[in-house]
Design a protein around this ligand. Structure first.
Ligand code: HAM
Length: 490
């Protein structure tokens, strides 16, 4: 008999299991709490959107969109055609085994015959590689500019990028992110990027600093260790293009000394050369012009103010002029946070300002700033620091014997669960010795022992598993008794 192939999770995806999921829940719960204190409400956008949204927002030339997106054509005509071809291949013995070639040839024939001619943009969909684009789309779609501004939203959920999997890098990973969006009525449409000019610099800088302060407060609450914040300003529509040209000119002079990736980026996106980790390029990059020396007056003023505001909030930072980020929508403030125990994939959070993105997606002139935390990496770092938390234990194991005892045990479990205790109730009767052994294995703190005597007298036996101590408690007092015990041990 042919060996059955076991199904396995797809490369780059994984199952999150208990007790680790306890930690995931704690992290998400803490995010909800901390972000709530800063006035953020939760948004839950869909996990797939039109491909065009990400092309427009994140940028068609970025790695995320051009190489890493899971996208497909969601078209009933096409699906129907593929199903038909599959059936034909199965039914006609004349065609060779389904090797893809025959199917492709038939599809091509159908395409030539015009079967898919009305395939519109709207049917290209993608699993979201990030959520800022979705949040901006939702802001426009639900006319959130009519709400009191700014609108502060946070989210958590899976994102998808077809990256090479390794520690801390997955194809389905989770982010916890937040965005602050504010429509600017007086914003000159053609000048979205330098919105508001010098006058709004202090206000924007304070918003940037508060958003960063919030992430840092969240990390501090979780006890994340080795947290390092790096900041930069990448200028706006006015000053960045001039800097990029300067950078390109300088890079062309040293082109021969650069690797193939950087050589290509001189044309496509010279800023990304600054991201290079190639050892041989580091010396060259160190000598390149720095954007901080080429910011326009507005951007320079805002950057200085961001640093002052961070200082006022007691947020420690380092400046990194090479921090350009891999998404097209950023302008001015960018930042990244690293944490310990993560190896090469140590960025646990990335974010920045993206004034003008909502407008680019067809909405009103709007400012934006936000970040996303890599939740998988955050969890890894907490675990490495020994902050993974205990295994999923039980408060009470109900050991029962005898038919009468089962009814009492069920009632006791119901009462204890309603009071919030974690209760394990064996489905079948077990000898007390075996039951207590199982209670130990599950890490239960107490065993509630219910046998004939207990049922008759209404006096229940409670055993503390760690010490072996046994006490008798009146049935009606059980909840209060266990509450008191657990409270005492806190
Ligand atoms: P990002 O830098 O692409 O930014 O991703 C943010 C974080 O997500 C990274 O720092 C990292 O921790 C985590 N991450 C990214 N890719 C993976 C992966 N393959 N596996 C595990 N973790 C990963 C954004 O996504 C922007 N939307 C952030 C933002 C929000 N900017 C403004 N608002």
């Amino acid at each position: 008999m042919a060996e059955k192939k076991k199904f396995q999770a797809i490369k780059g995806t994984r199952d999150l299991l208990p007790p680790e999921t306890e930690l995931w829940n704690r992290v998400e719960h803490t995010a909800r709490e901390v972000f709530g204190t800063f006035g953020f409400g939760e948004i839950r956008p869909p996990i797939f959107e039109k491909t065009r949204l990400f092309e427009r927002a994140v940028g068609s030339e970025t790695d995320i969109v051009s190489k890493e997106m899971f996208n497909w054509v969601d078209d009933p005509d096409l699906s129907g055609a593929i199903t038909k071809i599959r059936t034909e291949i199965r039914d006609t013995k004349t065609l060779p085994a389904v090797d893809g070639t025959a199917a492709r040839a038939m599809l091509e024939k159908q395409a030539r015959m015009g079967a898919f001619n009305n395939l519109a943009e709207r049917v290209r969909v993608a699993l979201r590689p990030e959520a800022t684009a979705s949040v901006c789309r939702a802001y426009i779609e639900h006319e959130m500019h009519a709400l009191p501004q700014p609108v502060k939203l946070w989210y958590t959920g899976p994102m998808f990028r077809r990256e090479r999997p390794q520690k801390g890098r997955y194809r389905q990973f989770y982010q916890i992110g937040a965005e602050v969006l504010e429509m600017v009525p007086s914003f000159a449409a053609k000048d979205a990027a330098s919105a508001g000019g010098a006058k709004s610099a202090p206000k924007d800088a304070a918003v940037d600093a508060e958003v960063i302060e919030m992430v840092m407060a969240f990390f501090a609450r979780l006890g994340l260790e080795g947290v390092k914040l790096e900041i930069n300003s990448i200028g706006d529509r006015e000053c960045r293009p001039k800097y990029v040209e300067l950078l390109r000119a300088e890079l062309l002079k040293v082109k021969d000394k650069l690797g193939p990736d950087s050589q290509r980026r001189i044309e496509t996106n010279p800023l990304r050369v600054l991201d290079s980790k190639l050892e041989s390029e580091q010396g060259i990059i160190a000598g390149l012009p720095k954007i901080a020396d080429h910011l326009c007056a507005n951007c320079a003023a805002q950057y200085a103010e961001v640093k002052r505001q961070l200082g006022m909030r007691g947020v420690a930072y380092a400046e990194n002029w090479r921090l350009v980020r891999g998404l097209d929508y950023y302008m001015r403030t960018t930042f990244e946070i690293t944490a310990q125990g993560l190896g090469s994939q140590n960025a646990v959070c990335g974010g920045g300002r993206y004034d003008g993105l909502v407008e680019l997606l067809g909405g009103p002139p709007t400012k934006g700033i936000g970040f996303a935390i890599g939740e998988d990496r955050l969890i890894l770092s907490l675990q490495e620091a020994g902050k993974g938390g205990a295994a999923l234990g039980r408060d009470v194991f109900v050991a029962w014997m005898g038919e009468k005892a089962q009814a009492t045990a069920i009632a006791a479990a119901q009462k204890l669960r309603a009071a919030g205790f974690r209760v394990e109730l064996p489905p079948v009767e077990q000898k007390f010795g075996k039951a207590l052994g199982q209670a130990d294995k599950l890490g239960a703190r107490y065993a509630l022992i219910l046998g004939d005597d207990e049922i008759v007298t209404g006096q229940w036996t409670v055993k503390t598993l760690a010490s072996g101590e046994q006490r008798t408690v009146a049935a009606e007092d059980i909840v209060a008794f266990l509450r008191g015990e657990i409270e005492q041990q806190k």
